[in-house]
Design a protein around this ligand. Sequence first.
Ligand code: NDP
Ligand code: GDP
Length: 344
Amino acid sequence: MKKALITGITGQDGAYLAAFLLKNNYQVFGSYRRSSSSNFWRLDYLKVSNHKNLSLIECDLNDQGSVLNCVKKIIPDEIYNLAAQSYVAVSFDQPYLTSMTTGLGALNILEAIRHTNKNIKFYQASSSEMFGKVLETPQNEKTPFYPRSPYGVAKVYAHWMTINYRESYDIFASNGILFNHESPIRGLEFVTRKITDSVAKIKLGLLDCLEIGNMDSKRDWGYAYDYVEGMYKILQHEKADNYVLATNKTETVRNFLTYTLDTLDFNYVFEGKNENEVCINKDNNKVICKVNKSFYRPSEVDLLKGDYSKAKKELNWEPRTDLKKLVEIMTDADYQRNKSGTVY
Ligand code: NDP
Ligand code: GDP
């Protein structure tokens, strides 16, 4: 039975990947950092918390000794480094912590591999945020980076360290450059989940109005469930490399909101421009969405659209869920949860 170590097991992708690998007969070790309250709800949601082949192990990515011990104890066949301070907006307020965890955290694992067993395969969760102020569209593996946030800069560092350890020490170290991917267990601070949860609450009379930032920003959104299979395929390929996983489609935040409103049968109209834009419920004339400038970022990534043709050709990977379907899945889940009083 193959052994996989997943860092960031408590996060969205960590939970989906754990479920995927367990289903594929792996022994899964999930590392998490100590906190005063338990946060394994995503593993509960996917019903894998009590799986006999899942073990949880405490390890903070910022503590090199802790990372080394963890790798030494397990000697996994594969390591998926998904742990990060992953929220762009917070990276502007906590650039140092973000650089440590999201950037140097990857180096801590690579060093642990170098000093324990160089046959361990390594997957780095690289990000479309590295393309930032995009230099071409769509973006592919060869598009130069222009990160626009401390998060993006930290991811570029980890990306290049991964390549450097591949080339210097012959370690099987690959980067998955993943474009935004969402799900019913996405963090509530990300715009997609914030929208589906808030609109569900408005429908149920639990919230009056959604306050949002830049609605013109465009993202290439896919379904996390599809993307973790891509991570696995990247490590099964005959040679280590870099791969874009995306949908090659892009939509505005405003469109994501309209798909959500449509899913819950709202009758609405948008009025005004920029920071004065509002969305009005035509059935009762109430403002159900307005712009709050505090959600704007010091520097924005305006447009992301990923060309995944290399992953399709070499890994036989393709996204299976379009945006409308994804919005439906997320909105239905949030509507049911809010209706039953479940808080995530
Ligand atoms: P999440 O924010 O949901 O999960 C991040 C995980 O990292 C959590 O388990 C978190 O633990 C853990 N973590 C944070 N700091 C530390 C630390 N110091 N030591 C150990 N663990 C830590 O992110 P996703 O699951 O969405 O993303 C997975 C990875 O993919 C991340 O690296 C992200 O940057 C990257 N990525 C994600 C994309 C997306 O659209 N989802 C797109 C491209 C890249 P805790 O629960 O304790 O906070
Ligand atoms: P990101 O692509 O990793 O930064 O994912 P987010 O979901 O955090 O943000 C996606 C886009 O939505 C960015 O361009 C944000 O500026 C924009 N956005 C607009 N309003 C909001 C909001 O209220 N919250 C968040 N998180 N993003 C918002």
